[in-house]
Ligand binder design. Sequence first.
Ligand SMILES: C[S@@+](CC[C@H](N)C(=O)[O-])C[C@H]1O[C@@H](n2cnc3c(N)ncnc32)[C@H](O)[C@@H]1O
Length: 214
Amino acid sequence: MPRRRLPALARRTHGPDGRVSAIGLAEEHVDRATERVRSWHLPCPVDVRQGSITDLPYPDGSFDAVWCSNTVEMLTADELGAALHEMRRVTRPGGLVAVKDVDGHAFAARPGDPYLFTDLFRTAGATPGYAQQVLRTRDLYRWMREAGLHDVRRRTVLIEHFTPPPPPMSAPATHPPSPSWPHRRRNRASPHRPGTPFSTPRTRPVRSPTRTGT
Ligand SMILES: C[S@@+](CC[C@H](N)C(=O)[O-])C[C@H]1O[C@@H](n2cnc3c(N)ncnc32)[C@H](O)[C@@H]1O
């Protein structure tokens, strides 16, 4: 549970009559969250336990709301079905189940090769595992409906992280700079005509982000 989310949830409960329960699989995360909860003096009781979201240690209908962030991406298809079933089971009728996760279709890094993540997910997503699970996020609302949840809505948020550009590198005197995109891209065989360069007039022009100034 990230640093600010647990206190934010605790502040949204009904004061001291409310309560928050947090669960995590890794013992060290649970220990750290327990320490933090002790030091925060939150407005309601908060219990932190070790366990799996596929087998929640709470009675049926015991919560008004369940919040789960960036965790279902870790689950296989069977585990995801079980986790959503559990979230529904422990939420009271009319309560809220909110699941937030990343969508692999939207990954991009700039400046750089705009196809980097497309290529990565095309390759890694061919077999079961994390990449497939991150590509599944876009269909999560269907899984939630299938788990028996009603009035399921999807909301997309684009999150951009910025870091300052690194300091300019002084080119080593003895080596030419290594080829960077788009040169690497151009030198690859075209997916349309094997053996032809990527930049032949028959293929789409590739524009360097640095040249467009974006
Ligand atoms: C990417 S981190 C996200 C952490 C945090 N929820 C957040 O939003 O920043 C994924 C977390 O899911 C936990 N996790 C993975 N499988 C789990 C499971 N079956 N039950 C509970 N937690 C699980 C991992 O231990 C890890 O802490």
